[in-house]
Design a protein around this ligand. Structure first.
Ligand code: NAD
Length: 466
């Protein structure tokens, strides 16, 4: 059993001032695997003070110096990458394939950030003006549980490359993974105070970071409900915000699609990370004329999925219950259960497993078509023509992601260009952590990854001199 009772503040591990402890269970088995201590406001304030003190020196490091430190961070993670992936399996319930991929990419973020350290990304001229991009200050990084090392490292890589110092509050459901990441940060040996990590609850540690006048930037990934609150609170101290929030992404199957391939694609998009993915394609839009064919293919596809891998457990018992409540809601509101349903799959009662579930006969006004479920529960909605497909796809509060599948690529692109979504994938899953990522509408504000991600941590100063 692992114990996590320290935070990483000002270049060293320090005992938690907060004393509230919590048990950590393996979501696949229910087994007790660890105990952790939540930090409190004092821990958060100490971390913020350390980041503030470190900022003046870190903000003027040269691009070469920062490149070197980013390399050290990547190297430290490389040494522990297998251990980290194993912990992502144990603590989060991820499949080994997914854990290896996201934790590998967590490390890669530091390498990719090195490529952004070019003079032209920090200075340009316009007429007689010299436009300089300067680091915004101390950045508070608040992350969710669905691949926590990936979010922590992605945000930290951009912030550090920009010249910001950081205070990180990992998800309270990911503290064992965060411990390994913290140890890697310690090993990398950046100047004291440049990276600080405080475990704890959002309402306590997160809230202190959000309200602190000594934090100039917030990068939050999580639910829209919390993101809205953070956006409001951040205004008090005029913090810059990046908000990466929820989604209810459509997969539009066009009527010229090869249905077998299209359904396979839609199930991959929908059951990605067992639905615990902000970009999961949780609404499948099927042409009315091909519904029967689609139903057969969907049922067969879902029944072929194996519980355990790729279908992983929900991260917590609370989240399991939340997903169950949406399945009940779908039934109550009159949707037809094609496959799956309430309860746990036979033989997997000890873990937080949900039966992969597909509803048909869903109308876009139903709760299951509008709200983010964040589990393996998909809604099939029919449409008559491309205009109606686009209208249904856009008729939700969210706008994070979308998928289009069809034979005629030009037509698929025309449809894609009408979707209110930050990213659209046509006929293929693309994994590109260098092009901009973020949402329209209630899915958030701002963009992460690549140059857009770097710019989110920079202020612009214009100096005129002839
Ligand atoms: P959450 O909003 O409950 O929490 C996210 C983080 O914010 C956690 O670290 C939490 O402790 C902290 N937090 C909670 N309340 C806070 C407060 N008042 N002040 C400051 N911090 C606070 O989200 P979650 O359940 O951890 O993650 C799932 C959600 O994240 C889903 O809605 C999902 O769509 C979203 N998500 C979005 C993206 C994206 O890139 N758009 C990616 C992954 C997950």
């Amino acid at each position: 059993m692992k114990t996590v009772n320290q935070h990483f503040i000002n270049g060293r591990f320090v005992d938690s001032h907060g004393q509230e402890t919590v048990d950590i269970h393996n979501p696949a088995t229910g087994e007790l695997i660890g105990r952790s201590t939540y930090g409190d406001e004092v821990d958060a304030e100490r971390a913020i003070a350390a980041a503030k003190a470190a900022f003046p020196a870190w903000s003027v490091t040269t691009l070469d110096e920062r490149r070197e430190y980013l390399q050290r961070l990547a190297d430290a993670l490389t040494e522990r990458i297998d251990e980290l992936a194993a912990m992502t399996v144990t603590e989060y319930g991820a499949t080994p394939l997914f854990a290896g991929a996201i934790d590998g990419q967590a490390r890669d973020f530091f390498l990719l950030a090195q490529d952004l350290l070019t003079p032209e990304n920090f200075q340009e001229t316009h007429n007689t003006a010299t436009i300089t991009k300067v680091p915004v200050g101390v950045a508070g990084l608040l992350t969710p549980w669905n691949g926590n090392p990936w979010f922590v490292c992605g945000k930290a890589a951009s912030a550090l490359a920009a010249g910001c110092t950081v205070v990180i509050k990992p998800s309270e459901l990911s503290m064992l993974q965060a411990q390994i990441v913290m140890e890697c940060f310690a090993k990398a040996g950046l100047p004291a105070g440049v990276i600080n990590v405080v475990n704890g609850l959002g309402a306590v540690v997160g809230n202190t970071i959000v309200h602190s006048p000594d934090v100039q930037k917030l990068s939050f990934t999580g639910s829209t409900k919390v993101g809205k609150q953070i956006g409001r609170d951040a205004t008090e101290t005029m913090k810059r915000v990046t908000l990466e929030l929820g989604g209810k992404s459509p997969t539009i199957i066009l009527d010229d699609a090869d249905l077998k391939n299209a359904v396979e694609f839609a199930l991959n998009a929908g059951f990605m990370n067992t639905g615990q993915a902000c970009i999961a394609g949780s609404r499948i839009l099927v042409p009315e004329s091909r519904l029967d064919e689609a139903k057969q293919a969907l049922k067969a596809g879902v029944e072929a999925l194996t519980i355990g891998d790729p279908i992983q457990p929900m991260v917590s018992t609370g989240h399991y219950e939340r997903v169950q409540s949406y399945i009940r809601k779908g039934i109550e509101e009159g949707a037809e259960l094609l496959v799956g349903g309430e309860g746990k799959p036979a033989g997997f009662e000890a873990g937080n497993y949900v039966k992969p579930t597909v509803f048909v006969g869903v109308t876009n006004d139903m709760t299951i078509a509008q709200e983010e479920i964040f589990g393996p529960v998909l809604s099939v909605i029919t449409y008559r023509d491309d205009d109606e497909a686009v209208a249904i796809a856009n008729d939700v509060d969210y706008g994070l992601h979308a998928y289009v599948y069809g034979e005629d690529k030009k037509r698929a692109r025309t449809v894609a260009n009408r979707l209110l979504a930050g990213r659209v994938m046509i006929n293929e899953m693309v994994d590109d952590p260098t092009s901009p990522f973020g949402g329209f509408k209630m899915s958030g504000i701002g963009r992460e990854f690549g140059l857009h991600g770097l710019q989110a941590y920079l202020e612009t100063r214009t100096v005129y001199a002839t």
